[in-house]
Ligand binder design. Structure first.
Ligand code: NAP
Length: 342
């Protein structure tokens, strides 16, 4: 029997019909998600200042996504409380905002988020509480995060490095949120945006970045539950889950890859492009992937079996591991300057 005749015969089977309907529903659901995303991009953005309040708090505004988000919020007319560990860098972003956005006010709070749960961290959090007290803080962006140590097996790294990562990515985010929420509850309005990672939404695992991915899973679940907890109090909590964005965090891996074409620009946006999309998504649901290119990758991943995604991710992260090992040995041999711990 020819393959055409076989196909015709199978098409008459009930199981074939059921599979075809399920497939069509699945594709329609994926297409709907992408269309809903495009519709939101076309809509007039929310006036964040009017809806939530005149001030925004941003952690990690000194580089990458945090810096771009702080500048985008300033462009939208919000005053900023900038929270970071390096006074000189905080001064620099504060000056940039004042120079580029007339009338936007800034405050800086020096707080090393890797020190939460220590006396120095408690003192920093007290400075933050003091800085926001009496301000109409409408938006909190918990952005600061570290991915270092990158591409390593869990047992290869001193446990202190994992403790630092957990403190920055997860514990400090909890403490900063707890410090800012009471004012929002009192005013009955606010938006909390937690920067998670697309690794928890689009792919089943992130080997060799296990503690990083697990800390971001916390961010997603923390946000989902807070969303339900505070919705009736007028506060929108959201986890934004970007895939790769061009920043310091991803620069080594990006430099080792292919040259940037149009496709890679769509798939790996600049931090400014990400921030533009991120601001539009504030208040739209508990978990989102604001960048359209990221959203498309998420959709594509949903058609690929988990085992294949696992294998591809492990292969890529082993490649990154080899790259970081080469860089480390070049540094030890005196070729490159030592890098600051994340
Ligand atoms: N880039 C991506 O592809 C990507 C993808 C998914 C999720 N994310 C998430 O997006 C967020 C921003 O990442 P990014 O790519 O923009 O990284 P980045 O360029 O390395 O910026 C990280 C920011 O966090 C701050 N920070 C780090 N450790 C800190 C500490 N101990 N105390 C206070 N601030 C600290 C940094 O301050 P310094 O300037 O002082 O170092 C910097 O402002 C992170 O949460 C990251 O996990 C990024």
């Amino acid at each position: 029997m020819g393959s055409g005749a076989l196909l015709l015969q199978q098409r008459e089977q009930p199981w074939f019909l059921v599979l075809a309907i399920l497939g069509a529903v699945y594709v329609a659901a994926a297409a709907f998600q992408v269309l809903a995303h495009i519709a939101l991009l076309l809509r007039r953005p929310t006036d964040l200042r009017r809806r939530y309040g005149a001030w925004a708090v941003v952690t990690g505004p000194t580089s990458g996504i945090g810096r771009s988000v702080a500048l985008e919020l300033a462009r939208l007319g919000l005053n900023l409380v900038l929270v970071g560990r390096d006074p000189a860098k905080l001064h620099d972003i504060s000056e940039t905002i004042s120079a580029t956005h007339d009338g936007v006010r800034t405050k800086t709070v020096v707080l090393d988020l890797a020190l939460v749960t220590t006396p120095a961290g408690d003192a920093g959090l007290a400075r933050l509480r003091e800085a926001v007290s009496g301000l109409d803080v409408g938006v909190l962006v918990n952005n600061a995060g570290v991915a270092k140590p990158c591409a390593v097996y869990l047992h290869e790294v001193d446990v202190e490095a994992w403790v630092r990562m957990v403190r920055v990515n997860l514990w400090s985010l909890t403490e900063v949120t707890a410090a800012v929420l009471p004012g929002m509850v009192e005013r009955g309005r606010g938006a909390v945006v937690n920067i998670g990672s697309g690794s928890t939404e689009a792919i089943p695992s992130f080997p060799l970045y296990t503690v990083y991915a697990a800390s971001k899973r916390y961010v997603a679940q923390f946000s989902r539950s807070l969303y339900v907890e505070y919705r009736s109090k007028g506060i929108d909590v959201q986890c934004q889950a970007p895939l790769f964005v061009e920043t310091k965090m991803t620069s080594v891996v990006a430099r080792s890859g292919k040259r940037r074409g149009l496709m890679s620009r769509l798939m790996v946006p600049t931090s400014d492009a990400y921030a533009g999309a991120a601001a539009r998504w504030i208040g739209h649901g508990p978990v989102c992937m604001p960048n359209l290119g990221h959203r498309l990758q998420w959709c594509l991943c949903s058609f690929v079996p988990d085992r294949l995604l696992d294998a591809l991710r492990l292969r890529e992260n082993l490649r990154q591991r080899a790259l970081f090992q080469r860089l480390r040995s070049a540094r030890i041999n005196g070729g490159l300057p030592a890098r600051k711990q994340g």
